[in-house]
Write a protein that binds this ligand. Structure first.
Ligand code: ZN
Length: 593
């Protein structure tokens, strides 16, 4: 799919010098002069309550200078205005990625992809093992093999592969399979050894903090499954891989977010290394999108301690301060919240629930998942950042985790009242109705993950959660009832970067098998679009310059192939063109001009 780039940096010469390099990534480049541009014959969904629809828009330089009706805009056009006739096509604000892990979605493409249907094709253990074996055979002995997105819930055997099975197909490489949830993975023996988990040895490695242990089978043997606190950090694994492959992953992610119309991308669990990489990739013109980063507190703290003589240095606030030094120009690169993880994921049975899982996957019948950190530790961290005025993004999927988050926020607000701070609960999949008014009271917002209903809805109903809890998953309409502000996200690479899939799921709540989960929680298409643009911007403190199409805001503009409010199946809609800050950065090949 060809693309063309106008560069977001103000360093045009540098961008030209890098041109050859960018073409190597499969794109063509032009530098567009920023002429004033008038769009006419457009169906513009502005997300601005004062004027929800318009048919013309004028952009000048990096900003939108007018939105309204064609006749009045044509009255006073600047010199040399270029006119683009959109022939009735729909225009929306550039999508604001409310939560994902840019550029991780490029990793599966650049390394080994084990994604199950309907996105990929790995639905049996045999296929999975064969792919790992074939891939390993092509790589030099001893080189790390990283594979992405396998899902035990989608394999016919409905279990994880084991260390021993991986040893059989790839005996000469350290192998790690990254689970689609991002919360766990399976290693072969060589990888286990390199990660510090020796079989039969009960010596504690540095990964066995927080009282989490690698899983063992009934004979006490390590199975290779490493969950949550024991799972290796992605950044650490990636350091073992060739730089060229990492760069390809970055370019692939850039292109797929652009094709989806996402003009502000997010890395919602960043360490210092990935922040530096993203910062420079954007400065050099490799990434045209605006970037939002949520530094992960635990990663920041670790990095600081390892950089300075292995000693734990300073407080969490110091760690954040260190991160904030990177916030040179918030229009392009901003740190909007600090990420703390309170539990895992329901599809992997690591979300922390108040009632036991319906089927516990071999664990005790009263198994309810578990918290990622102690209540006391969470409360002291929340208090410290809240006092310092730092917005927190708190990953909480299980209702027990959300109870703890509410308790921590309540204690913090009681001591230092900051009604405007807007802490974010991320995912909140099994949130209960009684928790919504509490969040409203605390000034918190939610970032929901609605495409889960499609990808794991059947698994929730039939296996892990049971009918009633599955029905109430991600109750968007209920959040509106209690006036809790929210955004919608893809959590890519967990699900694909595709705002139209999110829109479809929020508006239909259909599972893969076609079952509708809790139709009373459906929201309208208009509401869903706002949650992926203006509300996602507001949640991150960025609504002053993006999220809606109105005069004075950045010209981040997306043209769609048909109207998202009337197209029968919105998943058929394609993004045809994208402008970021007034620069023409993407055009779909088949799009009419
Ligand atoms: Zn995430």
């Amino acid at each position: 799919m060809p693309m063309k780039y106008g560069f977001p940096t103000r360093k045009g010469t540098l961008a030209v010098l890098l041109g050859g390099f960018l073409m190597a990534g499969g794109t063509t480049i032009i530098l567009t002069a920023n002429r004033p541009t008038l769009f006419i014959n457009a169906r513009i969904l502005t997300m601005n309550d004062d004027r929800p629809f318009a048919d013309a828009l004028l952009m000048n330089g990096r900003y939108i200078s007018a939105v309204g009706d064609q006749q009045s805009l044509e009255q006073e056009l600047p010199w040399l205005t270029r006119v683009i006739d959109l022939r009735g096509k729909s225009v929306v604000p550039g999508f604001v990625d409310a939560h994902s892990h840019f550029p991780s979605s490029g990793l599966a493409r650049s390394f080994l992809d084990l994604t199950p249907p309907p996105v990929g094709d790995v639905s049996s253990l045999d296929t999975l093992l064969r792919r790992v074996g074939e891939y390993a055979a092509r790589r030099p002995r001893g080189e790390w093999i990283l594979a992405f997105n396998y899902d035990d819930a989608s394999l016919a055997v409905q279990r994880h592969p084991t260390r021993q099975e991986l040893d059989r197909v790839a005996p000469h490489h350290p192998v790690y399979l990254w689970h689609r949830s991002g919360h766990m993975g399976v290693a072969n023996s060589q990888a286990m050894a390199e990660l510090g988990h020796q079989d039969e040895s009960h010596a504690r490695s540095s990964f066995e903090k927080n009282n989490f242990e690698p899983q063992r089978d009934s004979q006490g043997q390590l199975t290779g499954l490493l969950q949550e606190g024991v799972a290796p950090r992605l950044g650490r694994l990636l350091m073992k891989l060739p730089l060229r492959d990492l760069l390809n992953a970055l370019l692939y992610a850039r292109d797929s977010y652009l094709q989806a119309g996402v003009t502000t991308v997010q890395n919602g669990f960043a360490d210092l290394l990935s922040m530096r990489m993203l910062f420079w990739a954007q400065r050099l013109g490799i990434i045209p999108q605006r970037i939002v980063v949520w530094p992960a507190y635990e990663k920041m703290a670790d990095r600081i301690s390892s950089e300075i003589s292995g000693e734990r240095l300073g407080t969490a606030t110091d760690a954040l301060q260190r991160a904030l030094d990177w916030q040179a120009d918030p229009e392009y690169f901003s740190l909007s919240a600090l990420k703390l993880s309170v539990d895992g994921s329901p599809q992997g049975r690591t979300a922390w629930l108040t009632e036991p899982y319906r089927s516990t996957g071999g664990k005790a019948p009263d198994y309810r998942g578990f918290p990622a950190l102690s209540a006391q530790r969470l409360k002291s961290q929340v208090l410290e950042f809240h006092r310092a005025g730092v917005r927190l993004a708190l990953h909480g999927n299980g209702d027990a985790a959300i109870d703890l988050i509410i308790e921590a926020l309540d204690a913090a607000q009681l001591q230092y009242y900051r009604p405007e701070i807007g802490h974010i609960v991320v995912h909140a999949q099994t949130i209960r109705e009684d928790q919504l008014p509490r969040l409203k009271q605390l000034g918190a917002t939610v970032s929901f993950f609605p495409a889960h209903t499609f990808f794991w809805g059947d698994w929730y109903r039939q296996t892990v959660l049971g009918e009633e809890r599955a029905r109430r998953i991600s109750p968007l309409a209920l959040a509106d009832t209690y006036e809790v502000a929210y955004s919608l996200h893809s959590d890519a690479p967990v699900t694909p970067v595709n705002p139209m899939q999110i829109l479809w799921s929020a508006n239909r709540r259909e599972t893969l098998s076609g079952h509708v989960l809790g139709p009373e929680f459906i929201i309208s298409r208009e509401r869903a679009l706002r949650a992926m643009t203006l509300d996602a911007a507001s949640q991150n403190g960025l609504e002053h310059d993006r999220g809606s199409l109105e005069a004075g805001k950045l010209a981040d503009i997306v043209v769609l192939s048909s109207d998202p409010l009337s197209e029968p199946d919105v998943r058929n809609i394609r993004v045809e063109r994208v402008w970021i800050g007034g620069r023409d950065v993407y055009m779909r090949e088949a799009a009419s001009r």
